[in-house]
Design a protein around this ligand. Sequence first.
Ligand code: NI
Length: 172
Amino acid sequence: MAIRKILTAPDPRLREISNPVERVDDDLRALMDDMLETMYDAPGIGLAAIQVGVPLRVIVMDLAGEDEDPAPRYFVNPEILDPSEELAVYEEGCLSVPEFFDEVERPAQCRVKYLDYDGKEQILDAEGLLATCIQHEMDHLEGVLFIDHLSRLKRDRVLKKLKKEQRLAAAE
Ligand code: NI
């Protein structure tokens, strides 16, 4: 396993639409292992493959609390079915938009169809933080960031700040 570099906005690769995975094989599992390690190291609770520069429809996640055992989840080719009309608001953050958090409104419940770590088809009914996190990560597969759900003013402000920080880091 290896820790990979996480891309940060406004890196144009984060805007790519990810491709479906054709086969869940050992190469893909190696990618998922790296993604999980990268996510734990960051630390974060969810990561999409495009965030490490790989445009495949793969997500890893772990919502276990600090005193709980790790509970990694892997979603390959996830699809959202039946999003609820009821909405829920959570304060979101993103490893690709460091040090910025804001509230986003999304369907409170959803059903997700996906392939697991072994390539088996699964269906999961999600609510609460899990539903929000899955929808946030699935946005990444379409090149969408959570800041796209905010006002243009807020989005432009955070992107400008990130660009400036990256310029300074590159100059060091
Ligand atoms: Ni994110």
